[in-house]
Design a protein around this ligand. Structure first.
Ligand code: NAD
Ligand code: UDP
Ligand code: UDP
Length: 320
């Protein structure tokens, strides 16, 4: 879409070289906006944004959001934060700093610029939920001291900061609670279940199921999720969230393994090992609020999203 100088926004996407962030950059550029992608490349990869380098509306800045950032933009999407348990537990102190100091810096930036700021929060704020499916009014069941706490509590504190900036100085905020999302450009070694199973199946390696595989997750395809984020950013200032974004169709991890084996035509074996500490047993979003406030519904089913993801990894693994 071509825009005039008046209708084109300059949009900051932190974590823009990551999985979700790079798809968000693509979509905002396709809408004719200017995008400044800020990323320290901890889990992100230049490969995810190579195709954007010749686009005059795209700019990449290598920067760590735990440090202040003085720039001029019209909107901020704050996605910077490692998202897979393997990566966020690699340096837990840095994970909390990224969530908390990153939020403070992006909120301070939004305050100076008087602009909207969206936070990529997570279903992990519900911890190992005692309410099912999860609604936004549920306060969660989170261990503050365990190996997942750096991420869960960091994201919870970031939400607190967003709402305090909103109440204290009237900042326009948008908080999205993102549930498990998958698709092309997930990091091949980031340890999340979809990328792990696809990479294992394509390599003929054993499929590693943690626990008995009866724990559940609900998987949202990346295109649907990005659509939800943009719809949330475009709401009027009365809509702050938190709003759940995710696909409400729930699968056991064993069912996911079987779907991946079938679609890859792989004969890989299933191997079972211990469930990691504090691993949530069940997770499914209640998306009534997103349906009402954003008129949003995920459209892409696992059976359609998985083949796209499998083709991406097939090509990637052949190149590596
Ligand atoms: P990702 O790891 O692919 O992307 C995160 C990006 O943030 C990477 O490019 C990384 O290099 C960058 N980053 C990390 N620390 C940074 C720092 N200190 N300064 C600047 N950049 C930094 O993960 P993703 O799946 O794309 O997740 C994006 C956001 O969405 C995260 O905030 C995550 O918590 C949230 N989220 C994702 C999911 C999901 O299923 N994908 C679910 C819930 C929440
Ligand atoms: N900040 C930033 N860019 C800006 C404005 C602020 O990175 O354009 C950071 C700065 O590090 C500051 C933080 O945001 O510490 C919070 O800003 P705020 O104005 O809320 O607080 P203060 O400056 O009073 O600490
Ligand atoms: N999981 C698994 N095998 C793997 C990776 C993950 O069985 O190789 C399980 C994990 O224990 C969890 C679920 O799959 O129950 C989703 O894990 P992921 O790390 O993708 O996300 P999260 O736990 O943050 O939802």
């Amino acid at each position: 879409m071509t825009r005039t100088y008046d209708s084109r926004k300059r949009i900051l996407v932190t974590g823009g070289a990551g999985f979700l962030g790079s798809h968000l950059c693509d979509r905002l550029l396709a809408q004719g906006h200017e995008v400044l992608c800020v990323d320290n490349l901890f889990t992100g990869n230049k490969r995810n944004i190579y195709h954007l380098h010749s686009n005059p509306l795209f700019e990449f800045m290598r920067h760590d959001v735990t440090f202040p950032l003085y720039i001029e933009v019209d909107e901020i999407y704050n996605l910077a934060c490692p998202a897979s348990p393997v990566h966020y537990q690699h340096d837990p102190v840095q994970t909390t700093k990224t969530s908390v100091l990153g939020a403070i810096n992006m909120l301070g930036l939004a305050k100076r610029l008087k602009c909207k700021v969206l936070q990529a929060s997570t279903s992990e704020v519900y911890g190992d939920p005692l309410v099912h499916p999860q609604t936004e009014t549920y306060w969660g069941n989170v261990n503050p001291l365990g190996p997942r706490s750096c991420y869960d509590e960091g994201k919870r504190c970031a939400e607190t900061l967003f709402f305090d900036y909103h109440r204290q100085i009237g900042l326009e905020i948008k908080v999205a609670r993102i549930f498990n999302t998958y698709g092309p450009r997930m990091h091949e070694a980031d340890g999340r279940v979809v990328s792990n199973f696809v990479v294992q199946a394509l390599g003929g390696d054993p499929i590693t199921i943690f626990g008995d595989g009866q724990q559940t997750r609900s998987f949202c395809y990346v295109d649907d999720l990005v659509d939800g984020l943009i719809r949330l950013m475009e709401t009027d200032q009365t809509v702050t969230g938190p709003i759940n974004l995710g696909n409400p169709v729930e699968f056991t991890i064993r069912e996911l393994a079987e779907a991946v084996l079938k679609l890859t035509d792989s004969k890989a074996q299933l191997v079972f090992s211990d469930l990691p500490a504090d691993d949530p047993r069940q997770r499914r979003p209640d998306i009534t609020l997103a349906q009402q406030e954003l008129n949003w519904n995920p459209k892409i089913e696992l059976n359609d999203g998985l083949p796209e993801t499998i083709s991406y990894f097939r090509k990637l693994l052949a190149e590596l």
